[in-house]
Ligand binder design. Structure first.
Ligand SMILES: CC(C)(COP(=O)(O)OP(=O)(O)OC[C@H]1O[C@@H](n2cnc3c(N)ncnc32)[C@H](O)[C@@H]1OP(=O)(O)O)[C@@H](O)C(=O)NCCC(=O)NCCS
Length: 170
């Protein structure tokens, strides 16, 4: 568990289903992510079951982001992969009603500190060039832009351009 001024980052629970469905069923939220929008709660149930099963591996890093004041789960932040060089890549998403309040920047900074504390020395993050909000979160967190990368996005059957960033432990 990680605590910030306004947030608690903790493991996902089965009872988070409705919160997760709120953002993963929203086309505006999923527009800039690789996974397709959830068409029903069944889709969310399936992925949540998978995520919960992944906690059996003690090195799984995937947090629900809870707002301290209301105990609502506003979003999720996780390690979406480890590069061949051993660097973790972070991903995140949150429900629209919580956007623009600085929450994801707060969560992302805490996540980066946590990753450095547990021993990683470099962290990567990528965002589609059109994703203004995410690129802002990344820059406000202190990541540096390294390159652009073209990838094929299966869900929309098109190529997209990503900004690739890194942050190194001081
Ligand atoms: C990207 C996302 C996580 C940002 O979360 P957030 O809690 O709103 O982020 P913050 O409030 O910390 O910062 C966002 C900043 O971008 C700005 N912003 C957001 N969307 C914007 C837009 N479309 N145009 C211009 N500015 C925008 C906000 O005003 C804020 O700027 P500020 O710090 O100057 O006020 C959230 O919008 C989201 O979940 N999007 C959908 C999923 C997604 O894109 N995930 C990332 C994949 S790489």
């Amino acid at each position: 568990m990680i605590e910030t001024e306004r947030l608690v980052l903790r493991k996902l629970k089965e009872s988070d289903l409705d919160y997760i469905y709120a953002w993963d069923s929203d086309e505006e939220v999923t527009r800039f992510v690789t996974f397709p929008v959830h068409k029903s709660k069944k889709d969310t149930e399936k992925i949540l079951d998978f995520w919960l099963s992944k906690y059996k591996a003690p090195d799984t890093i995937r947090f629900a982001i809870e707002i301290k004041e209301s105990s609502e789960v506003m979003g999720m932040i996780d390690v979406i992969g480890i590069t061949s060089e051993g660097y973790p890549e972070i991903g995140y998403a949150s429900a629209k009603k919580y956007w623009g309040k600085g929450y994801m920047t707060e969560a992302c900074k805490a996540m980066v500190n946590h990753m450095f504390e547990i021993g990683y020395r470099k962290i990567l993050i990528k965002a589609m060039i059109e994703n203004i909000g995410s690129n802002k979160v990344i820059e406000k967190t202190g990541f540096s832009f390294i390159k652009k990368e073209k990838v094929y996005l299966e869900k929309s059957d098109k190529n997209v351009t990503l900004n690739v960033y890194e942050i190194n432990k001081a």
